[in-house]
Design a protein around this ligand. Structure first.
Ligand code: SF4
Length: 321
């Protein structure tokens, strides 16, 4: 048998699940255990098909809007991305039993926006149009209170009503570098603008991008495991490209590997977005091991020990058991 070519795999650490995703998935699993199926989930609980399908198989029913849910006593879980205020309001009108799995770091941004609004400030949200987190954050306040800025060009063009009464917040899953450029532009143009000490980009997004920045210059290709609608996964691919990796691909699992892209490489970086389970990384390494003589090393950017407790109703149920 011909010898397999050698391939050095550099695993980025940290990668994959963050504390907010673990909490969201655990919330659905725990609700299924306590209340039994069906458990309704508004929007994909996290942006990962593998996770969604495995929860669906256990009895979770995914909907995009509350209007798709019949009159029921079953729990309705809001996804990690957060929701506009109108959603819990509608749920309350319908007497739905809500469990809110919004990541606490997203909720923190909601509260920041509310405080700025109460203090009479016009708010700039740095983020991507249409992402559920952005829809949720903008939906904390009345229409017109928040202006979305997606790019540096948007920041250059933005005309506030009053430059002395201005604040900014950011989506949690952006590119750290792009966001700091946009924030710098806003600060230069509007020196009185107020915002968080650091951008609202969460620890998990920051750490995963740092690890990719360290690994990308050392490898010929980089695989990011994640869904196309996962903002933080898309950003990891961009970070790898900018850090000098000529071939960065975002795939959902081993079945999507385009082998024509990896023919003669001898080094490969692998990372995973915050909503991608580790089993998908393991399957990708196994697929490479069938064709290459693989050795695995780790590039570490940070140790993570963040944990978020489950929503209160699930916690209380646990305590009562
Ligand atoms: S990526 Fe960050 S904000 Fe999003 S769920 Fe994870 S910890 Fe929370």
């Amino acid at each position: 048998m011909p010898q397999k070519p050698k391939l050095k795999v550099l695993l980025c650490s940290p990668r994959g699940f963050c504390a907010g995703v673990v909490r969201a998935i655990d919330s659905v699993e725990r609700a299924l255990e306590i209340y039994g199926p069906p458990v309704y989930v508004r929007h994909e609980i996290v942006h990962n098909r593998f996770v969604v399908e495995s929860l669906r198989a256990k009895g979770a029913v995914f909907v995009e809007e509350l209007s798709e849910i019949p009159a029921t006593d079953a729990p309705v879980i809001f996804s990690a991305h957060g929701v506009a205020k109108s959603v819990p309001d509608d749920a309350a009108k319908r007497n739905l039993f809500v469990l809110d799995a919004t990541c606490p770091l997203v909720t923190k941004v909601h509260r920041e926006a509310e405080i700025h609004f109460r203090r009479g400030r016009e708010i700039v949200l740095v983020g991507h149009a249409g992402h559920p987190e952005v829809v949720g954050t903008m939906g904390q306040l009345p229409p017109g209170a928040v202006t979305l800025v997606e790019t540096l060009a948007d920041a250059e063009r933005f005309v506030p009503k009053n430059a002395e009464q201005l604040a900014y917040v950011t989506q949690t899953t952006l590119s750290v570098d792009d966001t700091s450029q946009i924030v710098e532009c806003l600060k230069r143009r509007f020196p009185a603008i107020v915002g968080p000490h650091k951008e609202d980009i969460c620890y998990a997004t920051t750490n995963r991008q740092d690890a990719v920045k360290r690994a990308a210059p050392k490898v010929e290709a980089m695989i990011v495991v994640g869904a196309p609608n996962s903002s933080n996964s898309q950003r990891l691919k961009e970070v790898a490209e900018r850090a000098g990796c000529k071939c960065a691909v975002l795939i959902q699992g081993a079945a999507e590997i385009d082998w024509s892209k990896f023919g003669s490489i001898s080094s490969l970086g692998i990372t995973a977005g915050a909503s991608a389970p580790e089993v998908l990384v393991e399957q990708i390494i196994a697929a490479f091991a069938e064709r290459y003589d693989v050795s695995v090393d780790t590039v570490s950017a940070a140790e993570e020990a963040v944990f978020f407790p489950l929503p209160r109703a699930l916690r209380e149920h646990q305590a009562a058991e």
